[in-house]
Write a protein that binds this ligand. Structure first.
Ligand code: PAF
Length: 284
């Protein structure tokens, strides 16, 4: 496995592999790997000729009071894992390499970025879209693999790619969870033992939402109310950012469930901000 640190080096490899007609999969990450990342890399390995993993804690997607400095990092352990999983190239640039001091171009999808996480993180998805588009231009992949835990990010990237005619297939992969249901996240390391013990309640509340929908509940406000009541009782350490039922593609809030919908939530738990979601299946 090769490790490169500059955009020029990545682009040279990406262009060469494209010239050779190889199917290249890109797995964009911010590092500090867990089994969720491993599952994305394994999937990429199973479908592509070449696997590029990018590892970059992207400053442009962190707000001024967020955890850019504290975000956990371990390049040595991460690169060993990518090698073990059969990655062909790890791209680990410096911020200065990715963003020139006069960087002035941004990619935005405001209609989908102004809701859910975008309300409390107003510049976040602009930073995500810009870095992901830069990675696409450098690595020139045929497909890119993202986790479904950040469903909003996935929906925004799908929209960006469709609107800008980017010829990269976007693949979403299922959330990987701890045995007790907590969605894996690099940010779970911020949880104290007490917070960690309560955190699986997020998943339990979403399972309850899915059960309500499966049992015929069609009023989104009733489902949101039930999730809120459950978490008020079972996640006393948590502070709600949002609980919402939305259309899975447009992310517009739905009032009545007339087709599959997404129940998504974000909660602060001590120093961590945790997100999770579940599809509410509506038969017929
Ligand atoms: O999901 C992430 O880890 C990041 O938002 C991404 C897609 C790597 C962009 O920095």
């Amino acid at each position: 496995m090769r490790i490169v640190h500059t955009p020029e080096a990545l682009q040279a490899v990406g262009m060469e592999w494209r010239r050779q007609g190889l199917k290249v999969a890109l797995v964009p990450t911010m590092g500090y790997y867990h089994e969720g990342h491993a599952s994305l890399i394994r999937y990429a390995r199973s479908v592509a000729d070449k696997v590029i993993v990018s590892l970059f804690v992207n400053p442009a997607q962190f707000g001024p009071n967020e955890d850019l400095e504290a975000y956990p990092r371990d390049l040595e352990r991460d690169s060993a894992l990518v090698r073990e999983l059969g990655g062909d190239l790890l791209y680990a640039p410096d911020p200065a390499g990715m963003y020139a001091s006069d960087h002035a171009t941004w990619v935005e999808v405001p209609a989908l970025a102004g809701t859910l996480c975008g309300v409390s993180r107003p510049i976040h998805f602009r930073g995500v879209c810009t870095v992901v588009m830069k990675l696409f231009m450098l690595a020139q992949p045929s497909l890119a693999v993202f986790g479904e835990k950040d469903w909003q990010q996935l929906a925004i990237i799908r929209k960006m790619v469709a609107d800008l005619n980017v010829s990269v297939e976007i693949v979403g992969r299922p959330i990987v969870r701890e045995a007790d249901g907590l969605a894996l996240s690099s940010r779970n390391v911020y949880l104290t033992a007490g917070e960690r013990a309560q955190a699986p309640q997020l998943r339990k509340s979403l399972e309850m939402a899915a059960r309500l929908a499966a049992d015929g509940e069609r009023d989104a406000a009733v489902i949101v109310g039930a999730v809120r009541a459950y978490l008020t009782a079972h996640l006393p350490a948590g502070e709600e950012d949002y609980i919402a039922v939305v259309d899975p593609a447009s992310l517009v809030r739905v009032e009545r469930l007339e087709g599959d919908a997404l129940c998504a939530l974000a909660f602060r738990l001590g120093k961590a901000r945790l997100i999770d979601n579940i599809l509410l299946k509506v038969e017929g």
